[in-house]
Design a protein around this ligand. Structure first.
Ligand SMILES: NC(=O)c1ccc[n+]([C@@H]2O[C@H](COP(=O)([O-])OP(=O)(O)OC[C@H]3O[C@@H](n4cnc5c(N)ncnc54)[C@H](OP(=O)(O)O)[C@@H]3O)[C@@H](O)[C@H]2O)c1
Length: 274
């Protein structure tokens, strides 16, 4: 591609979207062609660059999703499930635009809708954009697949007090990796929360524990526990910029030097594989 890659950004006023927006503007070869904001947002009709970095870009934040997506090469979605659902309805109509989403907490109907969109457009879904988490995911799958029957798997995650969904998309991703390593379905073996007289732990369960508080950006640990020892695979993000960097890498992978990717559902595993 000889020109800048034009990116429509959803959720620009949020924590993740703001970090991604700043990373795009800082990266030569990438440009924001549009951004959607909520009706009544103080940024509505304003210059996106002025909001993100203070520098004028000439691109205006729009309440209309269709306007925000107009002329883009790819969409990066850092919003929340409701807007994700509205956006994927437009992908086909607007020419099967590639879609990169970091939004977590989709319910099963919303997840099905995203999978359906991947039937006609390239869709990359990343519960966590961090390349380190993608590595941890691989290690967890590998560790869980090793023949050792008495390891209990417990997943712990901690996030800031404003996070709205639990367990985090990353905890689910790591849980799925562990379940896949054991050739199980996470839904069948997950123990989402414990309270009261729970009885003894059932063999083969994958347990989850959630902490919410303060400004924690994101911490995850997958613990493999036997009677005698423990192995932990953990990941800690020090800076939200790690997600922004991964989102940019995912976008470049989807654009594939202008060749694009066929319709389908992709993940950060595809990005780290290259
Ligand atoms: N994949 C990753 O690496 C990663 C990392 C961190 C977070 N996340 C996930 O990314 C999502 C966003 O997280 P966050 O912490 O950035 O949340 P946030 O700060 O609440 O940001 C959400 C953004 O979406 C916008 N939005 C939501 N619904 C909208 C609607 N109907 N119309 C227009 N705009 C709408 C919000 O606009 P307003 O400001 O106007 O409300 C805001 O800009 C969550 O699902 C979170 O779990 C993923």
């Amino acid at each position: 591609m000889n020109r800048d890659i034009q990116i429509a950004l959803l959720g620009m006023t949020g924590r993740l979207g703001g970090a991604i927006g700043r990373a795009i503007l800082a990266r030569p070869g990438l440009a924001i062609s549009g951004a959607s904001v909520r009706s009544g947002s103080p940024v509505e009709g304003g210059d996106i660059g002025r909001f993100l970095t203070g520098e004028v870009t000439g691109v205006t934040a729009s309440v209309s999703l269709e306007t925000a997506l107009q002329g883009c090469d790819i969409v990066i979605d850092a919003s929340l499930p409701e807007l994700t659902m509205s956006a994927i309805k437009l992908l086909k109509k607007m020419g099967n635009i590639p879609f990169v989403s970091g939004v977590t907490g989709l319910n099963s109907a919303q997840q099905d809708a995203l999978i359906a969109a991947a039937g006609h457009s390239p869709v990359l879904q990343a519960g966590n954009f961090s390349l380190g988490v993608a590595m941890a995911e691989r290690l967890v799958r590998e560790a869980a697949s090793l023949p050792a029957e008495d390891w209990d798997i417990e997943i712990e995650e901690s996030h800031h007090r404003r996070k709205a969904d639990a367990p985090s998309g990353t905890a689910l991703l790591l849980g799925r990796a562990a379940a896949t390593g054991r050739r199980e379905s996470l839904d069948e073996v997950a123990d989402w929360a414990r309270h009261g007289h729970t009885g003894a732990r059932k063999p083969g369960q994958i347990g989850f524990a959630v902490t919410r508080g303060g400004g924690i950006i994101g911490e995850h640990a997958v613990r493999f526990l036997s009677e005698m020892e423990e192995i932990t695979i953990s990941h800690r993000a020090f800076d939200r910029a790690v997600f922004a960097r991964g989102a940019v890498e995912a976008t470049l992978w989807m654009i594939n030097a202008g060749e694009g990717r066929p319709a389908g559902l992709y993940s950060m595993q595809d990005v780290v594989r290259g």
